[in-house]
Design a protein around this ligand. Structure first.
Ligand code: PEP
Length: 264
């Protein structure tokens, strides 16, 4: 089955509104040379305060697709209420988001997010008509202890618990080994592909073959223009969640361009 690749830029807690706007314009002028069907699904995830500085970019060829889609970096699972500092799915949608990143290792590590919270967020996002980008990944200690697969399988089972096969099929998973995030150390492509194929098998167990064939599973961790072609040439890697290299239009656009050489 052919799955449309995704290149998603996670801007994390970076860029003031004017800087976000400038980066957005730099990506927009690149994607505007293509139709949505020539491009991977391009997603940008600014801070909440910069959601108003960017917009999704619709394709003008009549296909109805987007050349750029917008993601929030987090959300709460409740619709509204006394949750100071949080935003709901409806608020992210209202601000123009089609996707929401959840379970990023930085949120698990620094904000004590649990698998149970990530499952509640995934359900709320799907119920609100948006698409979750569910992150998972192992620490260096877990990898060295030989428990990578069991740890990730348990994160995925928990995140997808109680979600219909139809909703699982449209979701996105990002496999991000924690030791590769922001370190410049990319996971070997064959190994990343092996773990992603294992994740796809877990999806098959919990949601069936059709969901496993449809769900897009990304690799994240020090992705650069020089690594993406080899990563995208792997059988099960459907794209990338990019941190550092998404903060400059040149490098992010080059990642998109190199993806198109091998995979769209
Ligand atoms: C990330 O934070 O999701 C990420 C993959 O970051 P980087 O590309 O900088 O490693």
């Amino acid at each position: 089955m052919s799955r449309k690749p995704i290149i998603a830029g996670n801007w994390k807690m970076n860029l003031l509104q004017s800087e976000a706007k400038e980066l957005f314009e730099g990506i927009k002028s690149f994607v505007n040379d293509y139709t949505a069907s020539q491009l991977p699904t391009v997603i940008i995830a600014p801070t909440f305060t910069s959601l108003c500085a960017v917009d999704s970019v619709k394709c003008n060829c009549g296909c109805g697709g987007n050349k750029i889609s917008v993601a929030a970096q987090n959300c709460h699972w409740e619709n509204s209420g006394a949750y100071t500092g949080e935003i709901s799915v409806a608020m992210a949608k209202d601000a123009g988001c089609d996707y929401i990143i959840i379970g990023h290792s930085e949120r698990r590590q620094y904000f004590s997010e649990t698998d149970e919270m990530i499952n509640k967020k995934a359900k709320a996002i799907l119920a609100g008509g948006l698409i979750p980008i569910i992150c998972c990944g192992e620490t260096l200690e877990q990898r060295e202890a030989g428990i990578t697969d069991e740890h990730i399988a348990s994160q995925i089972r928990a995140a997808l618990s109680g979600i219909s096969s139809e909703d699982v099929a449209k979701s996105v998973i990002a496999y991000e080994p924690i030791w590769a995030i922001g370190t410049g150390k990319t996971c070997d492509s064959v190994e990343a592909n092996r773990v992603i194929a294992m994740i796809r098998n877990v999806v098959k167990e919990v949601a069936g073959e059709s969901a496993a064939d449809s769900i897009r599973i990304l690799y994240g961790g020090s992705v650069k223009p020089s690594t993406i072609e080899e990563q995208m040439a792997q059988s099960d890697i459907d794209g990338a969640l990019v941190g550092g290299a998404s903060l400059k239009a040149d490098s992010f656009n080059e990642i998109i361009a190199n993806t198109m050489k091998v995979a769209v």
